[in-house]
Design a protein around this ligand. Sequence first.
Ligand SMILES: Cc1ncc(COP(=O)(O)O)c(C=O)c1O
Length: 359
Amino acid sequence: MTLFIPGPTEVRKDVLAAMAKPQIGHRTVEFRELFSSLKPGLRKLLYTELDVLISTSSGSGFWEASIRSCVQRHALHATNGAFSKKWASVAERCGKKVTRIEYPFGKAVKAKDVEEYLQKGQYDAFCMVHNETSTGVASNLEEIAEVMKKHPDVLWMVDAVSSIAGTKIEVDKLGIDICFASSQKALALPAGIAISSVSDKAYAKAANVEGRGYYFDLLELKKSYDKDMTPYTPSIPHLYALQYQLGMFAKEGLEERFTRQRKNADYVRQWAKEQGFTLFSEEGYHSDTIVCLSNTKDVDFSRIKKDLAAKGITMDAGYGKLNEALAAEGKPTTFRIATMGDLTLAELEDFTQQLENYW
Ligand SMILES: Cc1ncc(COP(=O)(O)O)c(C=O)c1O
């Protein structure tokens, strides 16, 4: 099977093999050595000196952890796609007040809007998705960072679930308080762990928040992290895979890894244009880890998807709810091609060639 979907992404056989090690106890010296060996690579990956916590949950765990731990009362959420909308609803389910900066799907979060809302209201945190996986939109973190610097009392929490390890995100330079990713996206690992940088400001805020629970309490994770442990029994095979993959990132070079994925995306964008498709994402904000295209040729992608599955290729025929909404409006639906993780240009060239056979 080769996966060209925006998560779970293709995981190389050598990465899978790295998971197949005998189990060790999670309160042993061996475990602590494994855990501490991950810290420098994760810090490099996020360009940070902060802690990069590991949760043995998927990325949604950090949606809940960030909100439950660091929002006392009121969060400002930018919603510009399926995942940012979901995070805002999770915050409400955690009992917090939520104000939304709403954008249509396909649009990016704009710094001027964030500024306007932050000037008007009092928020514990501003939450946004950097790379909207549903629409292939990457918002401009540098511009938003300039606004956030003027509001130091508001935590900046960024879901970079599908961009960390795919796009350079300089956490310290940008001043992001919480920045997280799932393992099954650009990290090119199986689903099951998530990572997040956490600032001292975020920890300090958490100390005054009631009802943080246990499993997703950032202070609980931090207490164990400082002892090279987790508060609970973690998925140790995932940690071996992460250790191996961080080594592979160092071998490839982080800059080279980002460039490869950008070139993958450039190739798919150019190919799509030549084939007569248009980009769904707003001009100037195209993601380099997922290309989201409007099916302007009205190709039957659900049939192609089934056909390719029989050949061992997994493709995406668009984000379900978005396509339903577009179809109801009589607009072209979307389909997405992942360019992230360990995918190579040669694999994408082969995949797009296969697609061309259908029209
Ligand atoms: C941007 C974004 N945020 C959050 C999630 C949820 O992550 P997980 O499925 O790892 O819980 C996803 C999943 O695709 C995503 O793309």
